[in-house]
Design a binder for this molecule. Structure first.
Ligand code: BG6
Length: 507
């Protein structure tokens, strides 16, 4: 993510080696993102894509399959000439990336391709694989010498989420990867950081003089982070039932939003400074005891219902989900941050599947005006001001405040001042992966997670995982698909004299 628009340059020559080339992620997101980069002329002039497939497959067959995926998932109309130019760079190599014999053969083929395509030996390895393959593949790449940097060439490894399943496993994975390569070579991806609206949080806070003076416990009452989804678990039953809403969304996506909203101003806009501040604030999240974790959380699981005219089946009847599953599909948490800026300001987080509306937003609620001048009028019960950062589907920023309704008596109403991206910018729709892949190629890891951030995130959620494991079905509340989620999620705030912001689009 460069700060200088005139600086958007083509990356140096490189090869991109994708493990899991036949998989869903490669078809749904990576190829459409590469296509968008190609259309914007932001791929290296000398470039090749090597798709690693476990089963034998010709390069032609892989190209056809990627083209089919592109037609289905592209975010804009596909220009055949651009797509063909991109796919012409694709070669398929079959083999088991955890098997030394296979990797040695791959190495010879990759080196040959690099020579033909003149990519200069720079390599971007992309692990679009199940998480249990991350460390074994990295180990093999190291053994075969494929990750060694010699000062002239770079070797980078992109690791997808989930990065670990709890604090211990995340630490173990970090430890192992860091014995294999250097931190600067590891790009832990979180696709939320590829979203323009998420990147804009930094700009909103630190490129404007008016927000930062009030961005603290003196003026902010609390912060709500919401990621509601309409989709159910669909065909991901096996992954999801072992994962749940908390692991799937909170230490990664929701904590990205939290850290950008809550971090201290970095001294510079560079990867070290920004990532250090993000890690610092995540590490300051209070680690609840298991008892407090139960009191400060709500977990739910959906049963059948209707969303947008379609039937959603009971979570427990989903393919590959246990019929007595206690996996949560909804979670609401109250967190506090132990630092000077945020002491006494609760952060309420919620996310769930199969809900009635889709929305991702951060709502910052300001404190009540300090003096009730309008005593004995309805104005005394004025609602507090909200600043709402809309991430999806309403992309924009809204400021809610109170206004006098025209007329002879004092009567008030809440109104909104809105900024909508689509009114100002005509950006082409994107997958969110373009910036991330481009940044990997130019070696900018500002938008990627550092080891300490990942561990701080797991540290904060570990008490919930431990407490829920012990509680089993106790405390798991069922909610109807298409509803707003479990009733107790509301109670989590009402007991503090607060409410979740009602749905309101910035549109
Ligand atoms: C993924 C989760 O990381 O993020 C999914 O595994 C979830 O379960 C998705 O649906 C949400 O992403 P977005 O961009 O649609 O909010």
């Amino acid at each position: 993510m460069t700060t200088d628009p005139s600086n958007q340059r083509k990356p140096e020559p490189c090869s991109m080696i994708i493990f899991g080339a036949t998989g869903d992620l490669t078809h749904r997101l990576v190829t459409p993102a590469l296509y968008n980069l190609a259309a914007a002329d932001l791929l290296p002039d000398k470039f090749c894509v090597v798709g690693i497939a476990r089963k034998p497959m010709s390069s032609g067959a892989l190209r056809d399959s990627l083209m089919k995926g592109l037609r289905e998932f592209a975010t804009r109309p596909v220009d055949d000439a651009v797509a063909e130019r991109l796919l012409e760079c694709v070669t398929c190599i079959a083999g088991d990336p955890t098997d030394p014999g296979s990797i040695d053969r791959m190495r010879a083929q990759i080196e040959q391709l690099e020579a033909t395509r003149q990519t200069g030996g720079n390599r971007l390895f992309y692990l679009a694989t199940p998480p249990d393959a991350f460390a074994p593949v990295a180990r093999e790449l190291r053994r075969a010498g494929l990750l060694r940097e010699d000062g002239q060439t770079w070797r980078r490894l992109v690791v997808e989420k989930p990065f670990g399943t709890d604090l211990e496993s995340a630490k173990a994975l970090n430890r192992e990867l860091l014995t294999i390569m250097d931190e600067h070579q590891i790009y832990r991806i979180d696709h939320y950081l590829g979203k323009e609206t998420v990147q804009n949080i930094l700009v909103l806070r630190f490129a404007n003089g008016m927000f930062e003076p009030i961005w603290n416990r003196n003026h902010i009452d609390h912060i709500q982070i919401t990621v509601d989804e309409k989709l159910g678990v669909g065909h991901r039953g096996s992954f999801y039932d072992a994962t749940g809403a908390l692991r799937d969304m909170v230490p990664n996506h929701l904590f990205q939003l939290l850290s950008l909203v809550a971090m201290e101003p970095p001294a510079r806009f560079d990867a070290h400074a920004v990532r250090s501040e993000k890690a610092e604030v995540l590490a300051a999240i209070h680690t609840w005891s298991e008892r407090d974790a139960l009191q400060n959380s709500v977990r739910g699981q959906y049963w059948g219902g209707r969303i947008g005219g379609a039937d959603i089946t009971d979570y427990r009847s989903t393919k590959d989900v246990k019929s007595d599953s206690t996996t949560e599909t909804y979670v609401a948490l109250k967190l506090v941050i132990d630092n000077w800026r945020w002491a006494g300001v609760p952060f309420y987080l919620r996310t769930g599947k199969a809900l009635g509306t889709k929305r991702t937003e951060v709502a910052i609620k300001f404190k009540q005006a300090p003096f009730a001048m309008f005593r004995n009028t309805p104005v005394e019960q004025l609602s507090q001001n909200y600043l709402v950062l809309g991430i999806e589907p309403s992309e924009g920023i809204a400021l809610q405040f109170n206004t006098k309704v025209p007329g002879p008596t004092i009567s008030i109403d809440g109104v909104e001042m809105k900024f909508r991206y689509k009114d100002y910018f005509k950006a082409e729709p994107s997958t969110g992966y373009e910036t991330l892949i481009y940044d990997c190629m130019i070696g900018d890891n500002i938008l990627f997670q550092r080891a300490d951030s990942v561990e701080a995130g797991w540290q904060a959620v570990q008490p919930f995982l431990d407490a829920w494991k012990k509680a089993g079905a106790d405390g798991l509340e069922r909610y109807e698909a298409g509803s707003e989620g479990p009733a107790n999620a509301e109670a989590l705030l009402t007991r503090d004299g607060r409410n979740w912001r009602k749905f309101g689009r910035i549109a």
